[in-house]
Design a protein around this ligand. Structure first.
Ligand code: AKB
Length: 320
């Protein structure tokens, strides 16, 4: 049986990954870790939870050893838009947490999952059906960290035998915890704002295509890849995965068909505009499908219906 540590468990992915892992591997076999005591207190209501700073190597290693951890999900990261506000901090946090995790994984023979991102690509990458193996010259510090992280994780696998695996996440749409500091966040925020105010101001240009995934598919991607037969994996760090691609204007138009009173406008954030223009319009995820059976279930229409219902409920319950 696995003994799993989720680092950065209080974020958008972690808050839903922890219960997903508990369901698959048992409540007692999953430990949620986060830097922020107030978040850990909240996580502790539904899981084993500890305060941990992934940059403090000694305490991190001691914990992994004492708990007999054999699988690490390293979700620690400053996202793309926040990263541009403080590139040095983004590098220190994103790479520090990854390097410590890889060294600990090597020492204690843990498997390790670290998400990469569409942010690993840049403006010179082919934007349509972006191949698995292609030009990777990102224009953000977040992307630089992701490409470096992919290469470092592959290096630890080939050099030290560490079982490192990863997917390149597009924007993840979810209704658990709000994302923070990403370029794709608009595709989550809009649902909350439709439910609360009936209107939304978008910072990403109206005609910018980006890939998206719904959280249930993102969770499946992580556990499915971590369970995949290693002999079938040609790639490891990292796989393209996607289930839909749309522009803000297309998303808002679809929402309006369901909520006729919904209105929106644009106040473009130049940083988000530049970042989103440099990212792929749509990925080719054939390798993930062929090597470990990636097969997402959620398309745009079903996601919109589900998000509208979930966010309405949140507003009714005073949770947003
Ligand atoms: C971001 O927008 O920074 C993230 C991502 C696509 O990696 N959601």
């Amino acid at each position: 049986m696995k003994k799993i540590l989720v680092l950065g468990a209080g974020g958008q992915i972690g808050t839903e990954l922890v219960p997903h892992l508990q369901k698959n591997y048992g409540y007692d076999n999953v430990i949620a870790a986060d830097l922020r005591p107030e978040i850990v207190a909240k996580l502790g209501q539904n899981s084993r939870a500890v305060v941990m700073n992934a940059l403090e190597m000694e305490a991190y290693a001691k914990f992994v050893k004492s708990e007999g951890i054999d699988t690490i999900y390293n979700l620690v990261a400053l996202l793309s838009a926040t990263g541009e506000k403080n590139p040095q901090l983004a590098w220190n946090i994103n790479m520090g947490a990854l390097l410590n995790s890889l060294n600990i994984a090597q020492e204690y023979k843990c498997s390790i999952f670290t998400p990469s991102s569409i942010g690993a690509f840049g403006e010179n990458t082919p934007h349509y059906k972006t191949p698995q193996d292609t030009v990777m010259r990102p224009n953000t510090i977040y992307g630089v960290c992701k490409v470096t992280g992919e290469m470092l994780s592959d290096y630890y696998h080939s050099r030290f035998g560490v079982d490192s695996r990863s997917v390149r996440f597009p924007g993840i749409i979810s209704n658990g915890a709000l994302p923070g500091g990403g370029t794709t966040d608009y595709a989550v925020e809009v649902f909350y704002e439709v439910a609360k105010r009936g209107k939304y101001t978008c910072e990403v240009p109206q005609d910018t295509y980006m890939d998206m995934l719904y959280m249930p598919d993102a969770l499946e991607a992580m556990t499915q890849l971590m369970e995949a037969d290693p002999s079938k994996l040609v790639h490891r760090n990292s796989f393209n995965v996607t289930s839909m691609s749309f522009t803000p204007e297309q998303l808002f138009t679809e929402i309006k068909k369901r909520v006729p009173s919904f209105t929106w406008d644009y106040e473009i954030d130049p940083v988000k505009a530049q970042i989103s223009a440099s990212w792929p319009d749509c990925l080719d995820d054939t390798c993930a499908r062929e090597e470990w059976g990636w097969n997402p279930k959620w398309g745009m229409d079903a996601v919109i219906d589900d998000m509208l219902a979930a966010c309405r409920k949140k507003v009714e319950n005073g949770e947003y």
